[in-house]
Design a protein around this ligand. Structure first.
Ligand SMILES: [Zn+2]
Length: 265
């Protein structure tokens, strides 16, 4: 079912939905940061209770409200008083804002926006996992492929452009595999093909214009991230750069149309 209506024409409903989008964004960020944390540590990511990293005390529901709990507890553990790093809070606010911006710029609640929001959650998770471990977990890539298969399966608009997505995926993937192999040869190290696999998965969603925009942003940010990682003497993580490139391409108003090539209103 597609609930589609121009948000701007119904101000109260529009504001309500955008605030709701922020809340959902914060909740999903809380879930996915926890999932990424567990995946990186090879813990059971489905079950188990969250606990304080310092004292190990199991956290109650009241400690786990996104944004609110952190502010109410002044950034400290309720049980041992140790300072909790603000990282999760920052990502909860960022994903809340990204969700709100996505819905606001898109102006409708429909299958496209739901696919976009799902991608944004997965990209936050795999970027954090890559930043923390230097590896992009295959599980996240599989989830992105499932989203693509579902959008192509259920959205006739996407079916029309599936071939273009496959071409973008093949071209960008091929280019990245070649570049990765050359860098590996020059530096005489084993390079990860994770970023190439991620780019291939994401390009499936893009038409050529969308792919060009996303890749341009990702290349510039990739250089910045590589320099930052080098200065900090840590493994280079490219997933955040690729993810930001695609998310920026997705949330800019007309770009949702360019990437998915579906124009509303
Ligand atoms: Zn504690």
């Amino acid at each position: 079912m597609v609930l589609s209506y121009p948000l701007f024409e119904i101000p109260f409903i529009g504001i309500y939905l955008i605030v709701l989008a922020f809340v959902f964004g914060a909740v999903f960020a809380s879930f996915i940061t926890c999932t990424a944390w567990r995946v990186v540590r090879h813990e059971d990511w489905m079950g188990g209770h969250s606990h304080c990293d310092t004292c190990g005390h199991e956290l109650s529901t009241a400690d786990l409200f996104p944004v609110v709990s952190y502010i109410a507890l002044k950034g400290k553990c309720r049980y041992c008083g140790s300072k909790v790093p603000p990282r999760d809070l920052i990502f909860e606010i960022i994903l809340g804002l990204v969700f709100a911006a996505t819905l606001w710029l898109h102006g409708a609640v429909d299958a496209v926006v739901i696919a976009t929001l799902t991608l944004e959650v997965l990209l936050l998770g795999l970027s954090l996992a890559d930043w923390d471990s230097g590896v992009i977990p295959d599980g996240f890539l599989a989830a992105i492929l499932v989203v693509w298969i579902m959008t192509v399966g259920f959205m006739p608009e996407m079916q029309k452009y599936a071939v273009e997505g496959l071409i973008a995926s093949a071209c960008v993937g091929f280019a990245m595999v070649i570049v990765t192999a050359i860098i590996g040869k020059v530096k005489k190290t084993k390079m990860s093909y994770g970023p190439a696999k991620l780019a291939m998965c994401l390009m499936l969603f893009c038409r050529i214009q969308g792919a060009v925009i996303a890749v341009s942003i990702a290349v510039v940010l990739g250089v910045v991230f590589a320099l930052v990682c080098k200065s900090k003497n840590r493994k280079i993580s490219l997933a955040p750069a690729i993810s930001i490139g695609v998310i920026v391409a997705l949330i800019l108003k007309d770009i949702i149309g360019i990437v998915f090539q579906i124009h509303f209103v």
